[in-house]
Each structure stands twice: as structure tokens, then as C-alpha cells.
Design a protein around this ligand. Structure first.
Ligand code: ZN
Length: 386
């Protein structure tokens, strides 16, 4: 005899896993009222990641409430939640934001095919996948792996060194752990740089020595934080005077930078509100030089020409002369080393100039963008005035 699913049974919502984050306020059949848990010892809340089971092909009606006091309330209008049934392919679920309901509510409606379905703010990049990424890269010819230090929870801060060239290039990501697209970007970058057949990777390894930190904040990643480490510290506000007590992650990375010097640096992030890929520079640092600024602008122009997924119209306002915040890594690295440093921002929503309603901004697009960023770096090097 056929078993039929219990169409009245309440769904189960759970977030007790790597990078899980949700609080269940109430469940009634297939309707759930939810809220996002704040980062430990901090006010930031925006990242969510949870599974729903007992679905059995029924239409889900999920309300994530209280979002007017989330870290970036402007992140919700025009945003659609990421959804997956196999945890490999992440598409977007029908979502809308109502500022007036329950303190700001993201309403998600979705009918999965199977019994278990996963939702997240962006396609997650697990710590397991991080270790796969690091180990596979470390096993590639010519790659040296270093543990720069330990996080407050005791996790390694992994760094991969490769290349033989004179230009010291630092690429680092996920200071803000909820910005998981940043580590998807890193996966694309490492695939290109460790592929013995990739022409950009080969030429870049001759011109540069790369130092790559795919995840600056493993504790926040595992804990399901948006923006902070284990004790609620925003790592990208610690670069002027990092301490072992508050931000050993930054202290370890900055000390390693001091040992190599830095010529070119990219700090990879995601932006909650702006539906575009953009760069932010270091215009406000005290010791800004014309050549340094021109180097940044030239890189940005090359990337703009190379890919329709990058643009220069949308972004953050430039900091006024002398007003640069040296607690932020891009400013600190530009000031400290005279480097061409930059913050790359990818959207949680989509690139509004080239939208994809099914996937939005995605892991695949993050990885392709990394390849374009590297190809732009090679062109930037090749076309430098000697
Ligand atoms: Zn960020």
C-alpha cells in the first residue's frame, strides 16, 4: 500500500550545522516565522542559513522577521533568498520584502520537489570545502602552504604562496564571513593560478609572487556570522593596531605582509545593498601619491573593459583627501606599503546590468570574475610604463 505524506504535520527548521543561522519563533504547518540570530557579542545580523524538512512537496511560506534592525536593511528590497535541495546547485526562491510587517519581513514562498530543502543568504562556502580548497591547492606543484596563525577558536589562518616573480601580490577574502561569494571567488582564482595549462596563471606566476588567504575569518564562518569573528570584532576595522586578544587573524596576516612587502592587494567582499560589482580604493590615505592612485584607476579601467559583470558607475563614495580610515585593510595596506590596494565588492542580489533571475549573483559568476580579475592584473603588469 502507498504511504502518503502527512499533509498537516508541521515542518522542521534547523540550523545546527557549519554556518547555520536562524531562530524559530513559531511554526504552523508549512508556515514558519523566523528571525536571524545576531553575531556573538555584536549587533550585526544579516546572514541566514537553515534547512527545512518534512516538506514533502508542499508549498512553504517562510517569514524572516525583524529585518529593519538588521545590519543592512537596504539589502532586502530586490533580494531573493538562495535555495537548494542538493546543496550543490543554488537558485533563487520567490521572495519579497515588506518593511511594515513584523519589523521588516522577508517573505519566501517555495515548493521543493523533495522532503528537505536548504535556504541561505548566499550559496554557503563551508569550512569543509575551505579545507578541500586549501589542501588541493597545497598539493599543486610550486605551491607552499603556511599557517599564518590561529583564530580565537583555534582554527588555522591558511595562506598559499605561489609564483616566482618580483611583484608581491596579496589576495585575501572573507574578513566578513557571511560574504561567502568572496571564497567562491578565491576558488576561481586558485583554480586559474594552479592550472598548469592556464596561460594567465602561467604568466602571472612568472611576474608575481602570490600570497593568498582564502578565508580570514574561519570562526565567523563556522558560527554563521555576517561580519565578525568569535568575539564580535569586525576584522576590517582592526588593521591599524590588531591585537592577539581581539583580532589575532588580522595580526597574523599583517605580520606576514610586513615580512614580504605588498605591491598589489585585493580584499574580496560582498555588498548587501548595491546590485553591482565594484571596487573601492584608498583615495583618503595621508601619503597618497599620484602614481599609486593612477595605478588603481588603471586597474579598474582594465577590469571594466574586460567583463560586463564589472562597472564603475555604482559603488561607495570616494573618501575625501586625508580622511581615509586606516583601520580598514585597503587603506592600511596602501598607506603602509605604498601598494595599489583595493576592496572588491560583489552583490548578494545580482548585477542589475546583466541580471539572471534564476541564479542571481552566484558561485559560478564569482569564480568567473576571479579569472577576469587575474587576467586584468596580467594586463595591468604588461602595460605598465617602465
Ligand atoms: Zn565586507
Amino acid at each position: 500500500m502507498n504511504q502518503t505524506p502527512d499533509t498537516a504535520a508541521p515542518i522542521l527548521v534547523n540550523a545546527a550545522f557549519d554556518s547555520g543561522n536562524i531562530e524559530v519563533l513559531s511554526i504552523d504547518g508549512t508556515r514558519a516565522t523566523l528571525a536571524i540570530r545576531r553575531d556573538n557579542q555584536s549587533e550585526f545580523a544579516q546572514w541566514f542559513h537553515f534547512r527545512v524538512s518534512g516538506v514533502a512537496g508542499r508549498e512553504l511560506d517562510l517569514a524572516i522577521t525583524g529585518l529593519n534592525t538588521s545590519a543592512y536593511p537596504d539589502g532586502w528590497p530586490g533580494y531573493s533568498a538562495c535555495v537548494s535541495e542538493d546543496r550543490q546547485l543554488w537558485t533563487r526562491a520567490a521572495s519579497d520584502f515588506d518593511r511594515g510587517r513584523d519589523g521588516g519581513t522577508l517573505h519566501i514562498r517555495h515548493r521543493p520537489a523533495g522532503d528537505v530543502v536548504w535556504f541561505a543568504y548566499f550559496a554557503p562556502y563551508s569550512m569543509d570545502r575551505h579545507h578541500d580548497l586549501v589542501s588541493e591547492a597545497a598539493a599543486s606543484p610550486g605551491v607552499v602552504h603556511r599557517t599564518l596563525g590561529l583564530s580565537l577558536d583555534g582554527q588555522p589562518i591558511d595562506c598559499l604562496d605561489l609564483g616566482e616573480g618580483p611583484l608581491q601580490v596579496w589576495l585575501y577574502a572573507r574578513q566578513h564571513p557571511g560574504e561567502s561569494m568572496a571564497e567562491w571567488w578565491m576558488e576561481g582564482a586558485l583554480e586559474a593560478l594552479t592550472d598548469p595549462a592556464d596561460p594567465h596563471g602561467r604568466a602571472l606566476r612568472q611576474a608575481c609572487t602570490f600570497h593568498i588567504v582564502p578565508n580570514c575569518n574561519p570562526d565567523g564562518s563556522a558560527r554563521g556570522h555576517l561580519r565578525t569573528n568569535a568575539v564580535g570584532v569586525n576584522l576590517n576595522r582592526e588593521w591599524h593596531e590588531p591585537t592577539a586578544e581581539r583580532a589575532p587573524e588580522v595580526l597574523a596576516i599583517r605580520n606576514a605582509m610586513d615580512a614580504t612587502g605588498v605591491d598589489f592587494a585585493m580584499d574580496v567582499h560582498g555588498d548587501e545593498a548595491i546590485p553591482a560589482v565594484f571596487l573601492a580604493g584608498f583615495e583618503g590615505i595621508p601619503s597618497l601619491t599620484d602614481a599609486q592612485l593612477a595605478g588603481y584607476q588603471r586597474y579598474r579601467a582594465i577590469l571594466d573593459r574586460r567583463t560586463p559583470d564589472f562597472q564603475v558607475r555604482r559603488g561607495y563614495p570616494e573618501t575625501r583627501p586625508g580622511q581615509g580610515n586606516l583601520s580598514m585593510s585597503t587603506n592600511q595596506v596602501a598607506e603602509r606599503f605604498g601598494a595599489v590596494a583595493m576592496t572588491l565588492e560583489m552583490p548578494f542580489k545580482d548585477n542589475a546590468d546583466l541580471p539572471d533571475p534564476l541564479f542571481g549573483w552566484s558561485p559560478e559568476r564569482s569564480k568567473l570574475l576571479a579569472r577576469e580579475c587575474l587576467a586584468a592584473l596580467l594586463e595591468w603588469i604588461d602595460t605598465r610604463e617602465s
